[in-house]
Ligand binder design. Structure first.
Ligand code: NAP
Length: 248
């Protein structure tokens, strides 16, 4: 069953990793996909071609999630190209890890801007369209680290915890207009990036997870399909932990 047939989605950070997985699974479920990238133009264009091959409308947009004006322009362009916006997945994110003692002001600000301010930017930009439609699903990517904290990731943890507070507030503000806002908190998700890490270290992480494996981009994508679809019409303001039981 195709759960997103005919829906239009924006996915930020769709060129690699989890965002790419979400774009692929959304397309398989019949969604038209507009996705952004920051620098990976080649893989973004390749993905757009791949998705079009599945028979949905797909387009890659270069747009810096940290920029308020670029988010506004993006939404304008997507409305022009696609007509409406049913689902927004705010997935773009970065890390700049260090112990507080060595963390620069620049690295703190950068992570907050890309991970947290980006969600303010996109929600502001898309709200008029969704208010007019009286329908919309916004899915924001947090992390288990935003819920538990993590040594060496104070900037990242703060940004991901901030996403939860922002999203719960949006669920309250926009609920009366049938705009739903939910959060996904992934645990350890294996992507090309983690494939480059030392196998022994990664195996240790896997064994510490109750389900004894790292997650896949598809594990996250499947939950996004549910939260983007009409199957979750009565769910808003929630944090869905997809982490094999890491946070219980
Ligand atoms: P990734 O492989 O590093 O991919 C990040 C994506 O975000 C890329 O498409 C990248 O585009 C894009 N991006 C980065 N900065 C951007 C900016 N300023 N504007 C627009 N796009 C930007 O990361 P990932 O592992 O898939 O993670 C995706 C999300 O899940 C992030 O929010 C991350 O914090 C969260 N998460 C990941 C894990 C995990 O274990 N992997 C766990 C918990 C939460 P370019 O390719 O153009 O750079």
């Amino acid at each position: 069953m195709k759960l997103l047939e005919g829906k239009n989605a924006i996915i930020t950070g769709g060129s690699r990793g989890i965002g790419k997985g979400i774009a692929q699974v959304f397309a398989e479920h019949g969604a038209n996909v507009a996705f952004t990238y920051n620098s990976s133009a080649e893989s973004a264009n390749e993905l757009a071609k791949e998705l079009s091959g599945i028979g949905v409308k797909a387009k890659a947009y270069k747009s810096n999630a940290a920029s308020f004006s670029e988010a506004e322009q993006l939404v304008k362009d997507v409305v022009e190209d696609f007509g409406s916006i049913d689902i927004v997945v705010n997935n773009a994110g970065i890390t700049k890890d260090n112990l507080l003692m060595r963390m620069s002001e620049e690295d703190f600000d950068k992570v907050i801007e890309v991970n947290l301010k980006s969600i303010f930017n996109m929600t502001k930009a898309v709200q008029r369209t969704m208010l007019k439609q009286r329908k919309g699903s916004i899915i924001n990517m947090s992390s288990v680290v935003g819920v538990k904290g993590n040594a060496g990731q104070a900037n990242y943890a703060a940004s991901k915890a901030g996403i939860i507070g922002f999203s719960k507030s949006m669920a309250l503000e926009l609920g009366s207009r049938n705009i739903r806002t939910n959060v996904i908190a992934p645990g350890f998700i294996e992507t090309e990036m983690t494939g480059k890490l030392d196998e022994k270290t990664v195996e240790g992480w896997r064994q510490a997870i109750p389900l004894k494996r790292g997650g896949t981009p598809e594990d996250i994508a499947n939950a996004c399909v549910f939260l983007g679809s009409d199957m979750s019409d009565y769910i808003t303001g929630q944090v869905l932990h997809i982490d094999g039981g890491m946070y219980t």
